[in-house]
Design a protein around this ligand. Structure first.
Ligand SMILES: [Fe+2]
Length: 353
């Protein structure tokens, strides 16, 4: 059986091809068009995966994408409605560089792109929509483990930003999920913008954290409330990135506590380094909090961490792991594959057993 996982109109367009449960090709369009985090339709990836291999779309048994539109649209709609009128500030794309408006039409964009590539008279299969975090969690099936706890943490999925699963054999069971707005990924993105760095340069802030000190660490933790059973919530009295995006990610409390935002051309000071440190230590504490609770609920030596936040090197297998499980698996790190390669491959990942 051949399964095509494909994604477009969100950052990091690309595709993955599975043959009888084994990933045979995983391609990111940015490697072909040289445009980092491209949202463009992955025509060049299709050419490499199909045309150059003598394959056609008729050779595919299932087409799938890692977004479930009903949940995504419902979440975006209610998120905007609850925040009115302030959420109108999110209309300009510059306020939300990580999220394209066109994300709500991913399946239609895929159908048009596939027909454009393979011919307008091509009969296409229905595109199977997989919940975003289910797609991330499916990385368990290509992990070295027969059973594991699985923690997904990223910017946003179609209905959540954090979720936990247990994986066993050829099954994944979701245990819980957070509110979509309680997002560690968005918090990282917001501080990255506050520190004057471009979108998608969270890795720079992560590196900067290594040069900072703990002067702001305790104060910063007021942003993330750790709650029982591994849950946490973002303190909405202190943030505004859910209504204003990166243009004004935090309320006044933030600049009073940590100083004004850094301008892109401004020299980096100890204050900026300490803010990066505070962010990094808070994110690490939240992830360890979730992982500990998960290991209590599902005792296991194995932990799969996945999603964009899990690419943070603070969660590297080489880092000391005090969360319980002694064998973390972070596919993005292990394979050195790009972060988003998980996304198109996730929904078509099949148990190898
Ligand atoms: Fe994701």
């Amino acid at each position: 059986m051949k399964i095509l996982g494909i994604v477009t109109r969100t950052h990091d367009s690309g595709l993955a091809l599975l043959k009888d449960g084994v990933p045979t090709i995983v391609l990111e369009e940015e490697r072909f068009n040289r445009e980092k985090h491209t949202r463009k339709f992955p025509f060049r990836s299709l050419k490499a995966a199909f045309d150059d291999q003598g394959l056609g779309v008729g050779d595919i048994d299932v087409i799938t994408t890692p977004w479930e539109m009903k949940s995504l649209r419902r979440n975006l709609f209610w998120g905007a409605a609850e925040g009115l009128p302030a959420s109108l500030n999110m209309i300009p794309p510059s306020a939300r560089p990580h999220i394209s408006t066109m994300i709500v039409a991913v399946p239609m964009g895929l159908r048009w792109g596939l027909m454009w590539h393979f011919g307008m008279h091509t009969k296409l299969l229905k595109i199977v929509q997989v919940r975003h975090h289910d797609a991330h969690a499916a990385i368990f099936f290509v992990s070295p483990f027969e059973e594991a706890a699985v923690l997904v943490t990223d910017g946003h999925g179609d209905e959540t930003a954090q979720s936990a699963y247990i994986g066993s054999g050829n099954r994944l069971q979701r245990l819980w999920q957070s509110e979509a707005s309680d997002s560690l990924g968005f918090l990282y993105m917001a501080v990255t913008a506050y520190l004057g760095f471009k979108p998608f340069t969270e890795g720079t802030v992560m590196a900067l954290a290594g040069t900072g000190g703990p002067s702001y660490a305790n104060k910063f933790r007021e942003l993330v409330r750790l709650e029982p059973e591994g849950r946490f919530s973002i303190n909405r009295d202190l943030i505004s990135y859910n209504t204003h995006g990166v243009k004004k990610p935090f309320k006044e409390w933030f600049s009073e506590a940590f100083g004004p935002p850094r301008q892109p051309n401004e020299p980096i000071s100890d204050r900026h380094r300490d803010l990066a440190f505070a962010l990094q230590s808070t994110i690490e504490a939240a992830v360890v909090h979730m992982a500990r609770a998960l290991s209590k609920r599902h005792p296991s030596r194995n932990l799969c961490l996945t999603g964009g936040v899990a690419l943070n090197c603070g969660f590297s297998p080489a880092a000391p792991c005090s969360s319980g499980p002694s064998r973390p698996s972070l596919p993005g790190h292990e394979s050195r594959s790009p972060a988003s390669a998980q996304a198109p491959s996730g929904p078509c990942s099949a148990p190898r057993r």
